[in-house]
Design a protein. Sequence first.
Length: 266
Amino acid sequence: MNSCFVNYRTGDGEHVATLLGRELSQRFGVEEVFRASDSIPAGRDFEQELRKAVRGCEVLVAVIGPEWLEIRGGDGRRAVDNPEDWTRWEIAAAFEAEATVIPVLIEATPRLRKDELPEELAPLASCQYRRFRHRTSDSDLDEIAEAVLVAATELDRRLQARADEEAALARDGEPRTRNSMADVDGIAVQARDYSNSGVVVNGNGATTNTGSGDLNQNSTVTNVSGDQSSTTHHVAGDQNSTVNHVSGDQTVRDQNTGGAHRRGRR
């Protein structure tokens, strides 16, 4: 159900209604804002959709321009005096459903007076309004959006719940394995992520290869510094092994505590 319903009169401020609908949708989500020309799918019964949206909204924003009162129907009388006028009906239905109605006056449009409104719209004259002006459109949009958010308490809760969910997903998406190696120059891969496979440890082309056999996962390869390309091959046996690559242009040999092994040369 939409939290905010944008009400407007054809021929009086549709461009502002369009702008408001888009701005509020960007801030609160498309599903939270109803504007008839955008929110009713083709082929749907527009009367049913309008009635359902108005009766279910928390806030109705009534866009009112300089011609809002004066636009007339085919019978020559003011449209606002016609009980079947949709703009009038939507506002009256919002009052009946105890939704908050926020008049948005375009540019210098004066406030409405009770004596110029039909009885069921008389409360509109007493509603605190906001104003939309071309020169201050950005700040005016901010104020209108804030007014909607303050009035729509359920919308505020849903937005907070959505933000909490997104924060939780962001936390869950973080790597579960932390790097405890401090500053690493090159690529570091934690051994438990691999099963006896080739691993690039550090430096320019330094590689450790495990061959056939059961290599104890407690083996450690340490590359301290230097631009060497070193390779250590474990062939077979259950070893706890340590390879220390210190620095400079040296030949480093594999030190094994037991079992068959083959020495590799850089």
